[in-house]
Structures are given as C-alpha cells and as structure tokens.
Design a protein around this ligand. Structure first.
Ligand code: NOJ
Ligand code: CA
Length: 555
C-alpha cells in the first residue's frame, strides 16, 4: 500500500481529539500457535479496534530484545523481534491502521538499552573504541548519590560492576539496562537516526519512555535536569522540520509543576502531550474515600498547558498503578484499600487491573471511565479494560496485568491455538475473570456490556469536540463528594458541557455554582432535560450513588 491510500486526517493537532489504545503485540492475538501474539494478529484485530472507536494505537516496544523487561530492554532498535513477525508484517500493520483512519504511536526507549545491545557489548570490551563512551562508566559506585532508586523491589544501587571493563556502569532501571550517556554527542546522533528510521516508515508519534532520566549531574537528582529538556527540544525541532504532524508524548511521572515542563516553551517546544500522572491516583483515591476533595485540589493545581498541547489521561497501563504522586498518608490508605494482599504491591504501586481494583462493580467502573473521557486531554485505554478483564497476582512483577486478551470463551480465550503451557503468560483463570466469564464475543451482542458501553461512550465523545479541545473550569459543589466542571469550546462555537461525578455511595443532593442564570440542561446520554439554573446560576441536582452526568448547557 502506498501513501496515497492513507486515510488518516491531516489535522496537525489530531492527538487532541484522539482516543488511544495501548496494546502489547504479544498480548493481543497469536496467529502461528507459538503462544505469543504477533503482528499478523494485530492486523487481524484492526477491524475490532476500528469498531470500538479507537483513533490511535500505542505499541510498547516490539523490537529485538531478551524480554527481561517486557521489551523495554532493547537489543536492536531497528529490528522487529522475530517472535512478533517481520518488518514487512509491521509495515502491513501500519498501513492497515492508517487505511482505517487509525494512527500508530510507538515506544521510544532512549534512556537505556539492553545489556545485549551491540553498543553495550562494544562499550564494555573496547573502552577506547567508537562505543566506549556510549554509556556512563566510573571506577567507583559512589557518584550521583542523590539519585533515588526506581525499581525498589529489585535493585539496591543505580551502579553495576562489569567484569569485562573492570568499571561500574550507571542504570536507572534493572541492572541489565545500562543508561545511555547523553553527554556524548554521538549518542544524540544515534538516537536521532533511530527516530528518523521509524518516522520514515510512517509512525505517527513516539511515547518517550522514562524521559526525565536522560541526564544526571553530580549533586542533582537525575530527574528533569535542564540538558534533558534541551535534548527533547532538539528532537522536537527535528520532527517539526522533517516530519510535521507527528507527535511526542512524555512518560514523566513527576509533580504537576515539573510535568508541565515537558511541554516546553513557545521558543523551545518539547512534547505535544504528557501523561497526567498527578491526576490518575487521585481518581482512585476519590473512588474509595467518597470525597472529591483531593481530585479537585489536584485539578486546581495543574498549571496551564501551552496552546496546542494535550494531557494524556489514563487509569491503567502496562505498569503498576503508581502511587508516587500522592502523600505518604494517602499512599498508606490506598495500599489498605487496593492492595489487601501484600503481593499486589510492586515498587511504589499496585500491580492490578482496573476491574478487580474496582470490585468488578459497573457503577464504579462506569464512573471512573466516564471521568477519564471527560477530563481535559486525550484518554489512553489499556487493552482488555474495555471488557473488564482481570489480573493474575501470582505472576511476577507487572506481568500480573499483561495476560492474553480474552476474545472468546474457547480454548486459551481465543488468543492462541498453542498448548496452554506454551503461552507467553497464562490466561486469567478465576471464576469471575476467566475467559468463560469475560470475553469480547459474549459482550458484543449484549447492549448493556461494558464493551458496548465503552463503544457507545467513545462514539458520543467523538461527536463532541469540546472533550478534546475545550477548556475546563471547576464548578463549586455544595457537597464534597461531588466533582463538577464545565468543558467549554476553545473557539466559542459548539456545545458547552457540565460534567458531574458523585463519589458518594449514598444518594446526595448537591448545588452546583454553574454561574449563568436560567440555563436549561440536557442530559447528553438520555437526551432528557434535567433542570435549569436559578436566578443566581445555581443548579440543584439529586444524584444517585456514584452517578455521573454530561449535561449540555442550553441557550
Ligand atoms: C517505563 C516503562 O513503562 C516500564 O514498563 C519499564 O520497565 C521502564 N520504563 C524501564 O524501561
Ligand atoms: Ca505468534
């Protein structure tokens, strides 16, 4: 297929109105019965993603890798892992997505490589050769002592000793993932070339993995240091120049003031999008605390983001539900609520999926998902959450929530024809969440299923640009179990929507200070009028437990 058949929109800010879907190639569909999902399987399932209403697919790393960190340990940036298929399969997948109007964003993991990468092998055996300086080497393990350890469950130091070179190398993640040395200009060139390689193929953007950690300088924390931002701006400038319309999304789990820095400035733009790590855990906090107070203050604290930028909002992804962005008290409380079994914890977070976290309770799931689709920014769904898939806490580390997609109630949930013990991970097998109970095929014909709810909501949201590009203004609520905000069109044209979410487990009466007097409100979902604001612009509502509403403000 050549470029002329590509049907994705040409809108440069496409990512502001997109719904993203994260799926790992190995988890979706196995077509050659080896137990691993593959690109042929991804191609087969493109129609499903289009039917669901997905605008962009995010693929975590699918490159040559020893798979000791789910592929985030890359051994060759330009090679597809043969288990997943060939480069031709990837090209066909990309063209197939584009032909259906869907974009493809891939992971760009440049903080570190696998220790199997040829650069590292050369670096350790030939210190004075061309790759000698590609990694961060020291004679002792004492430098950068201010830098925290991220994988607290597995690592005790950010330094590891290499016998061959007789020196220590720096690593922010697993010790088999040496960090690249961004002080070396040759590393910049190598990384830029890899970016061009994939952009040239036609990928629509990159998720910048672990992006705060590129540079570390003595006495500092090794997070969000100024030269790291300079490098991102350099990458962005190259893309704007050579591949306009492609997108960068930052994975920067940082406090609100720091995370917005990843959008850059008008003079030196960086990422188009950044994941909203500060807001995510507060959604889960509110769901159990029954109060929206923490969420309201986090939303209030979020600094303005530059023109044309967008948050990436999410509930879950392939990692643990990280609790780095809440206070110590909130974290302790959340562990109590969401991690009753100690083995559900990992690092500073919880390794569970959305449905089991929320008691497999539709009211809670719908509330959380409706909020996800209402917040400023573009939602990122995690594969399987659209059918309420479960997890397996007996698997290691974050594999707990990376089990095969459940398509049918048949063998291996329709994921693979391999013998069950050959699968990359076993299917979830509990009574509540196994494929006989949770699968796409049985939910498709059921209009009340979570799958059809998700699809209907995406279709509804697609008709209302305001959710992608509109402004957000918090609305004062008389009851702190209620979160309410107005989404208004950026340009002044189009619908204005009052969004209301009750975290209370009891019915509540609430007064919302909408502001404009004598405005009628229409429920977007039911089409029914729900009332009007009074002389003072206040709307009185009775809300069912865990109710949510999208209300269009009338003339
Ligand atoms: C962030 C990725 O999301 C995570 O899965 C991975 O383990 C680390 N980066 C290290 O690459
Ligand atoms: Ca396969």
């Amino acid at each position: 297929m050549n470029n002329s058949t590509i049907t994705v929109s040409t809108e440069p800010e496409w990512y502001r109105k997109a719904v993203f879907y994260e799926v790992m190639v190995r988890s979706f569909q196995d077509t050659n019965a080896d137990g691993y999902g593959d690109f042929r399987g991804m191609i087969e399932k493109l129609d499903y993603l289009q039917w669901l209403g997905i605008d962009a697919i995010w693929l975590p790393p699918f490159f040559q890798s020893p798979l000791r960190d789910g592929g985030y340990d890359i051994a060759d940036y330009r090679a597809v892992l043969p288990t997943y298929g060939s480069m031709a399969d990837f090209d066909e997948f990309l063209a197939g997505a584009h032909a259906r109007g869907m974009r493809v964003v891939i992971d760009f993991v440049i903080n570190h490589t696998s220790d199997q990468h040829e650069w590292f092998q050369a670096s350790r055996t030939d210190p004075t050769g061309p790759y000698g300086d590609f990694y961060v080497w020291r004679d002792t393990d004492t430098a950068f002592s201010n830098v925290r350890i991220i994988f607290t469950d597995t690592e005790t130091s950010n330094w590891a000793y290499d016998e061959a070179r007789g020196q220590y190398y720096w690593h922010r993640f697993f010790s088999h993932q040496p960090d690249l040395n961004f002080e070396n200009p040759a590393v910049h060139d190598a990384v830029m070339d890899i970016a061009r390689f994939w952009l040239e193929k036609g990928v629509d953007g990159f998720r910048l993995d672990a992006i705060p950690y590129l540079y570390v300088t003595e006495g500092n924390t090794g997070e969000s240091e100024p030269p790291t931002h300079e490098f991102i701006a350099k990458l962005r400038a190259m893309m704007d120049r050579e591949y306009p319309g492609r997108m960068l999304v930052a994975e920067a789990c940082q406090q609100p003031q720091e995370v917005v820095d990843y959008f850059g400035s008008p003079e030196a733009p960086e990422c188009h999008m950044a994941f909203n790590f500060p807001v995510m855990p507060h959604i889960f906090y509110s769901l159990r605390a029954g109060t929206a107070a923490g969420l309201v203050s986090t939303l209030r604290e979020l600094p303005e983001t530059p023109q044309g930028s967008a948050w990436g909002v999410f509930l879950r992804n392939h990692d643990e539900l990280t609790l780095e962005m809440v206070t110590d008290e909130q974290r302790a409380q959340m562990y109590e609520w969401y991690s009753p079994e100690p083995r559900m914890k990992v690092n500073v977070g919880i390794r569970r999926r959305l449905a089991p976290l929320l008691d497999n309770d539709r009211a809670q799931l719908d509330l959380a998902n409706a909020l996800l689709l209402s917040l400023p920014g573009s939602p990122f769904l995690y594969y399987g959450d659209e059918i309420g898939m479960g997890d397996d806490i007996w698997l290691d580390d974050r594999d707990a929530s990376r089990t095969p997609m459940q398509w049918t109630d048949g063998a291996n949930g329709g994921f693979s024809e391999a013998p069950a013990d050959a699968l990359y991970l076993p299917l979830v097998s509990t009574e509540t969440f196994g494929p006989h109970a949770v699968n796409v095929a049985s939910q498709e014909p059921n209009p009340a299923s979570i799958l059809n709810w998700t699809r209907d909501m995406l279709a509804l949201r697609r008709r209302m640009d305001v959710f992608g590009t509109g402004t957000m203004t918090l609305v004062e609520a008389s009851n702190d179990s209620v979160l309410s905000f107005v989404r208004a069109p950026e340009s002044g044209r189009g619908d204005t929507v009052l969004c209301v979410f009750s975290f209370a487990t009891e019915p509540v009466a609430v007064e919302l200070a909408v502001g404009s007097p004598h405005v009628t409100l229409l429920d977007v979902v039911s089409g029914a009028p729900v009332g009007a604001t009074d002389d003072s612009g206040t709307l009185a509502l009775e809300l069912a437990p865990r109710a949510w509403h999208w209300l269009v403000l009338g003339p």
